[in-house]
Ligand binder design. Structure first.
Ligand code: CMC
Length: 392
């Protein structure tokens, strides 16, 4: 069977070649298709970025208009999909609802099951981009016990999502441009990150030629964990628990350094970034900007700033090259926008969707790609004889 090398957690194994995203972890660089994320976040839009990731080039005005038109046309969910939400318990985690309903979409579009049908591939792409915000908003409405709000075709992607989430029938809902703009930027900053856990999951599932809905549903599940996208929820919960304990940041840092039963500084550390996470730098600026513009002072922001300041001076974190990652400050912005903690990772999923889709297409279009099938080093008993039940 040849020589097999152990690479715990794939720290040093490139499983694919990819032309989508470049990460230089030593220098804090992140580029989508060659474009620095700082430029895309400052000047671009999320749908434009999605088009770039999936198609390889920025769209011209006509292409962007057509892409927006296609997405807008598919935002509605089949009425039967609403019944899935009725079946979930009221306190169901929205990430569980998101992955289940996305998986269930494949039952509505059986014609999408052949990944080599290019027209269907495109349709599934558009459907997913269009419907994920609707599913996310419905998951929120389910938890709130409020009626679903249907999508509106005259609104932008982010505006539509915010309205479906926060509008209540019979009450006026006014979109806040500060929130719209900040959420669009945050989605751009989350849109791809090469072979992270969820994207590799999408590729691994897709490598068996499973359809796009099934592959993305698996990616959403992988994202949910607190070491990955679930970290944004975990950070907020950590900040709240420090606040509850009287805001003693030093005491918390000591617990982390003593490695007290699984206590980590959530939102810190990254497998690839060893100098800084360029997304975190952008998000921190945005946190100050948004909280300032919304006129919200947040004691949790003070705690986060203190934690960061203490950690960056402490040898435990310095020697391990632990810096704030993208999840450290995002939750504070989401909270200021009015999202409950349980929705934070859902927002990450909305942002990451185009990246997942782009990787799935890249793999399916690559004639050299093979099924993902890692090896192992067996550590069990070599061989033994079967023992009859009455003799065990
Ligand atoms: N707090 C305290 N210690 C840490 C942390 C942390 N956040 N992260 C890593 N370490 C320590 C770890 O205990 C180990 O120490 P030692 O050498 O004494 O055993 C050392 O640093 C190396 O860590 P590792 O676990 O080998 O690193 P990894 O590359 O396997 O894990 C990580 C990367 C992101 C999972 C990890 O840093 C972590 O758990 N961070 C907290 C969760 C988090 O914020 N995740 C979001 C990641 S970024 C966005 C995303 O992917 O969603």
């Amino acid at each position: 069977t040849g020589l097999v090398t152990l690479d715990n957690g794939f720290g040093n194994t490139a499983a694919y070649k990819s032309a989508i995203t470049f990460v230089d972890g030593d220098n804090g660089i992140l580029r989508y298709r060659g474009y620095p994320i700082e430029q895309l976040a400052a000047q671009g839009g999320f749908i434009e970025t999605a088009y770039l990731l999936i198609n390889g080039e920025l769209p011209n005005a006509d292409q962007l208009a057509e892409f927006n038109r296609e997405i807008t046309q598919h935002t509605l969910l089949h009425e039967d999909v609403k019944r899935f939400f009725q079946g979930f318990p009221r306190d169901a985690h929205p990430m569980a609802m998101l992955s289940s309903v996305v998986g269930a979409l494949s039952t509505f579009y059986p014609e999408s099951h052949n990944p080599f049908d290019a027209a269907q591939r495109h349709l599934s792409t558009v459907r997913l981009l269009a419907k994920l915000p609707t599913i996310a908003a419905y998951a929120y409405k389910k938890a709130m016990g409020q009626p679903f709000v249907y999508p509106r075709n005259d609104l932008s992607y982010v505006e539509n999502f915010l309205r479906m989430t926060f509008a209540v029938p019979a009450e006026d809902y006014e979109l806040n441009p500060v929130v719209v703009n900040a959420l669009d930027k945050l989605l751009i900053l989350h849109a791809d990150h090469e072979q992270n856990c969820s994207t590799s999951t999408v590729r691994l599932v897709g490598s068996s030629h499973a359809n796009l809905f099934a592959s993305i549903s698996a990616g959403i599940s992988a994202l949910w964990g607190p070491l990955h996208g679930g970290a944004n929820q975990a950070v907020l919960e950590m900040l709240e628990s420090i606040q509850k304990d009287g805001g003693d940041v030093d005491a918390f840092i000591t617990k982390v350094k003593n490695k007290e039963a699984g206590v980590k500084l959530m939102g810190f550390g990254h497998r690839v970034y060893k100098a800084f996470d360029p997304r975190a730098a952008q998000v921190k600026l945005l946190a100050h900007e948004v909280l300032g513009q919304l006129g919200k002072s947040d004691e949790l922001l003070e705690i986060a700033l203190k934690l960061e300041e203490h950690a960056l001076k402490d040898d435990f974190f310095i020697s391990r090259k632990l810096y704030p990652n993208v999840d450290f400050y995002t939750g504070l912005i989401y909270r200021a926008m009015g999202f409950p903690t349980s929705m934070f990772t859902v927002l990450f999923a909305l942002g990451r969707l185009p990246g997942w889709i782009a990787h799935w297409h890249e793999m399916i279009n690559d004639p050299t790609s093979r099924i993902g099938r890692p090896r192992q080093i067996y550590t069990g008993t070599a061989i033994r004889d079967y023992v009859e039940l009455d003799q065990r």
